[in-house]
Write a protein that binds this ligand. Structure first.
Ligand code: PLP
Length: 380
């Protein structure tokens, strides 16, 4: 099956092969080497101060969100959650489930948040934390989190700034620097691995906040992880996969990676626009990793997806309020222009204007400086 999903994403052969290795004692020296390579690789990728500022947990991405809420905050702590889609809403639910005093700030679905407005709201605080979504996967919007981090770090007593970047980093590079305190990621999106690992990267300030208290958590207590220990049996095979994936990510480099995803985004948007399924989100908010396209009223989204599945292609449906109106094309993780071409080709016969769609994508592809370079494949 060919996947153009915002998770799970395709797994490169090198990662698949790494995961076939035999089990080893997770307290033994062989695994210690893997662990140290992974922690150091994540430290570099997240721009963290040390390998002990990064934790890898056996969990889906949501487990990472919950771990951060449990470790950084206490019941009744006042936090601001910024929502503009389904995943922002989920972050609020996690915070409320742990009895935080949650203030929600909503932006229109399909638009990015506006940092100055959030800053004004923070000024009406005080807040212990600000929780936002980097790349809102339900709508395909990229939020200007770095801009907000710059503003927050200028405050006299800045709240802890926490970012769900599960469908962002590392396809969209982001570091725990310049006012950003916590980044949460997951293995099955930009990390090109199967589902099952959540990564949490912390600033030094956030790490100290975690270590300052140990109540209200057990399995997800980050304290041992932030002291180089894995308290329970780790998902060993997934660690092998992550180890191999980090090598691929390092080979490609952050700039080339972002350029690749931006090209994929531009191709999908041009294809949809010309083909009769216009992008939901305007150019300036468009995510490099997932694109929502609007279905014409003459077409049925679930039927469309069923037909594609019969041709060997899986794409995602609309989420939440966009359920009946949108489809979502994922181009996160190990997807290059060749992979995207295969998907666009399989989809074309089902579009109102197949020929125009493909022509438009060809124009974008040919004009792009990124097209002759497919660094991930060439590096092998
Ligand atoms: C996928 C996703 C999640 C949820 O990840 P799970 O691994 O399914 O728990 C949360 N937030 C964002 C932004 C996502 O894209």
């Amino acid at each position: 099956m060919h996947l153009l999903l915002p998770g799970p994403t395709p797994i490169p052969d090198a990662v698949k092969q790494a995961m076939l290795a035999s089990m080893t004692d997770h307290r033994g020296t062989a695994f210690e080497t893997v662990q140290s390579r992974v922690q150091n690789g994540l430290k570099a990728l997240f721009g963290a101060d040390s390998p002990d500022h990064v934790a890898v947990l056996p969990a889906a991405g949501t487990g990472g969100l919950e771990a951060v809420v449990q470790n950084l905050f206490r019941p009744n702590d006042r936090v601001l959650v910024v929502e503009s889609g389904l995943f922002g809403r989920r972050f609020s639910e996690v915070a409320r489930a742990h009895q935080l005093d949650v203030d929600r700030m909503e932006f229109t679905w399909g638009e990015a948040f506006r940092p100055e407005e959030i800053l004004a709201r923070i000024a009406s605080g005080p807040y212990r934390g600000v929780l936002v979504t980097h790349n809102e996967t339900s709508t395909g919007v990229l939020n200007p989190v770095e801009e907000l981090g710059d503003l927050i770090q200028q405050l006299a007593d800045p709240p802890l700034f926490v970012i769900d970047s599960i469908s962002g980093v590392p396809s969209i590079p982001l570091t725990v620097q310049n006012g950003i305190d916590v980044i949460i990621a997951a293995s099955q999106k930009g990390f090109m691995c199967p589902p099952g690992l959540a990564m949490v990267a912390l600033s030094d300030r956030a790490r100290s906040a975690v270590l300052a208290s140990r109540t209200g958590r057990f399995y997800f207590d980050l304290t041992p992880y932030l002291n180089g220990k894995l308290p329970y049996t780790p998902a060993i095979s997934l660690w092998y996969g992550l180890d191999a994936a980090l090598e691929l990510l390092q080979d490609e480099g952050a700039d080339a990676r972002l350029a690749r995803h931006q090209l994929l985004r531009d191709m999908v948007r041009a294809y949809g626009q010309a083909g009769g399924l216009p992008p939901f989100v305007s150019d300036r908010f468009a995510s490099p990793t997932v694109t929502a396209l609007e279905m014409p009223s003459s077409m049925n989204a679930s039927q469309f997806r069923r037909q594609l599945e019969q041709s060997g292609l899986q794409i995602a449906g609309g989420l939440g309020e966009w359920h009946h109106r949108a489809i979502r094309i994922g181009h996160v993780g190990a997807v290059d222009a060749g992979d995207l071409w295969a998907g666009l080709g399989l989809m074309a016969p089902h579009l109102p204007h197949p020929h125009k769609a493909l022509e438009a994508a060809v124009r974008v592809y040919s004009a792009s400086a990124a097209n002759p370079t497919q660094p991930r494949r060439e590096a092998r």
